[in-house]
Design a protein around this ligand. Structure first.
Ligand SMILES: [Zn+2]
Ligand SMILES: [Zn+2]
Length: 180
């Protein structure tokens, strides 16, 4: 995922490829931590061109991940697609090291520093994907989750616990009213 700086001019060059997840240390780390499993290679579709004093790289990155719903614990697949724009300006090697130590912020516009004649996009691409993996995954907006009492998956079937709980509250309210 390297760009040869000398080959970039003011006409956009197209950079497209599919890269195995194993090439991205941050994504491999997420898999090892059990955050999710990436089920297809990472695909990027970017253009790069020279603009004023910097290089501009923009386009989309996407991949599919298998996630575990935080409410019902079901596994589901979700496509993760995200747009990014990065401005690269030439800097000193010290500046590059400093940049690598700072985490990318949660925004689409990223500015970065490079030195030498190559820009490696690996880190930018993996950080962009990592940001788009949901922190609390949900299989669907209306997932009902598991019953806190008996563990029944309420998306698939019902159980009697929730009913009982409701009746209990209701009768307590009735007693309260009756005692006045
Ligand atoms: Zn769910
Ligand atoms: Zn239940």
């Amino acid at each position: 995922m390297k760009i040869c700086v000398d080959q970039i001019n003011d006409k956009p060059s197209v950079l497209q490829a599919e890269v195995p997840v194993a090439s991205f240390p941050v994504l491999v780390g997420m898999q090892n931590d059990g955050v999710c499993t990436f089920t297809i290679p990472v695909r990027y579709d970017l253009t790069a061109f020279r603009e004023y004093d910097h290089l501009r790289v923009e386009g989309s990155v996407n991949v599919t991940a298998s996630l575990t719903c935080s409410r019902c614990l079901a596994e589901y697949e979700s496509s993760i697609a995200s747009n990014m724009t990065i401005f690269f300006r030439r800097g000193t090697p010290e500046e590059v090291v400093l940049e690598e130590e700072t985490e990318l912020s949660e925004q689409d516009l990223i500015s970065s520093v490079y030195c030498g004649d190559e820009i490696d996009l690996t880190h930018e691409i993996e950080e962009q994907i990592a940001m788009d993996v949901p922190f609390r995954p949900l299989c669907g907006e209306y997932c009902k989750g598991l019953c806190p009492e008996c563990g029944t998956d309420l998306n698939k079937t019902t159980c009697s616990c929730s009913g009982k709980q409701f009746n209990f509250k209701f009768s307590a309210l009735k007693d309260f009213k009756a005692s006045r």
